[in-house]
Design a protein around this ligand. Sequence first.
Ligand code: PAF
Length: 283
Amino acid sequence: MPRNPAVVRTVPALRRAVDALRAKKASIALVPTMGALHDGHVSLVRLAKRRAKRVVVSIFVNPTQFAPTEDFGSYPRTWKADVARLAAEDVDLIWHPEVKAMYPEGFATRIVPEGPATAALEDRFRPHFFGGVATVVGKLFTQVRPDVAIFGEKDFQQLRVVSQMAADLDLGVKVIGSKTVRERDGLAMSSRNVYLSPEERRVAPELHRVMKEAAARLRAGEDVATTMATGAAIITKAGFTLDYLEVRHARTLAPVASLQDGPLRMLVAARLGTTRLIDNIAV
Ligand code: PAF
């Protein structure tokens, strides 16, 4: 039987636990999550274990990255199953603060990221999002003081925002991206996939299929504008409401005109019924 990892819920308890993990100068990896863990999260933990001696996983559904109209209240919370998964991966510590431990009465400081956070992708549709993410991840980094932190490439803009923030603020953390884990039919794993109806679940992998096809057309010499317009039409016809399908520079997220402007990343966001899906691939 795997042993449950220690769970801490207050900042002083976290500090003591992290100091103990650091004994003999052991390196620490942090995997920030909002829980509802799936195989994608497990792959982040496994990468963390390869990159550091000790692994801390945070589970915190961060209210400041949700708009009032979004799913903060209904976001899946699967605490017992999450702990069992992390125990099976032999994680050292779970940091599971209450909202008031992260945002105590009178909390009044917020990180406002620019650069990749204002690339007119996710930020165009969720203007509150990256301020909330940068603020909570900034806090997680200063609380845990990890040597490395692992984020999924599935949230590609988020990965770029957090990497930029860690560098700009000299946080001393190496941010590492981990490859997106997909279902057998190509759908990127996400805690929000549980919202999909059976019919929506059948249609959802179309996003990844269309992106793969579009990337092949770009590599074969088709121009960016035509390829994106064709892809957008197929996605819309399949029943999605498309927010964006774009090719951007993989590091700056700046718009690009051709394959020569690379390295390139194709990014998509679209809604199926009430569920919003995002995904991306290298071109
Ligand atoms: O990707 C997520 O799960 C969240 O945005 C993160 C990085 C844990 C911050 O709340």
